[in-house]
Design a protein around this ligand. Structure first.
Ligand SMILES: [Zn+2]
Ligand SMILES: [Zn+2]
Length: 197
């Protein structure tokens, strides 16, 4: 079962990579309120602040911490927060462990938090959860939201276009060579941890 599931995920990842052959993968990050795009392949951050523009916007991650007002001696992997298309929304789904029924939700990244607005009949689109709370609410039992919450193809994430296979959140992060680390608060973005650590 586990092997089958991970096999399916590799197929999904290959499909995503094939759909975007020339697009270097970048992950939106934030530090002290400054937004940037982290490139795992070059280990650089392209700053999106108003002072940085063009080629000058490429920073070594530690230097970028200093640019954002932190000490560059801090661990940048712990300081950079992952943002998913900040201020936007995308569709997610989670499967109930017993009934296998899917619950639909809308992942919202706004105001520095990660929330999921539940689409189940009981919630009626009026209740927002942290990712781990929503995992429980939907009846998924992985106790790891980035395993049990799936990105819906064509639901607003460019890396998971219409026609692609659904992608677990953890495999979404893996596309960038990362895994989700601890979150400082329940509903805030996780630390940025390279997969090989
Ligand atoms: Zn800047
Ligand atoms: Zn609900």
């Amino acid at each position: 079962m586990g092997a089958h599931a991970s096999g399916k995920s590799s197929v999904a990842e290959a499909a995503v990579a094939a759909a975007h052959p020339a697009t270097p993968l970048e992950l939106m990050v934030e530090c002290e309120g400054v937004k940037g795009a982290f490139s795992p392949s070059s280990v650089t951050v392209r700053c999106r602040c108003s002072a940085c523009d063009g080629p000058a916007a490429e920073w070594d991650p530690a230097k970028w911490l200093a640019h954002c007002g932190l000490s560059e001696h801090r661990n940048w992997r712990r300081e950079l927060r992952v943002f998913l298309h900040t201020g936007e929304m995308f569709k997610v789904t989670a499967k109930h462990a017993a009934t296998q029924r899917d619950t639909q939700g809308t992942f919202v990244t706004a105001n520095g938090g990660w929330r999921i607005v539940c689409g189940c009949a009981a919630c009626g689109g009026a209740v927002a959860f942290s990712p781990s709370e929503w995992e429980t609410h939907a009846g998924a039992t992985a106790r790891s939201w980035n395993r049990s919450i799936w990105v819906v193809p064509g639901g607003g994430v460019p890396e998971v276009p219409p026609g692609a296979a659904p992608l677990r959140m953890r495999h979404f992060f893996a596309l960038f060579g990362l895994k989700a680390g601890r979150s400082p608060r329940r509903d805030s973005p996780p630390d940025l941890i390279p997969l090989d650590q």
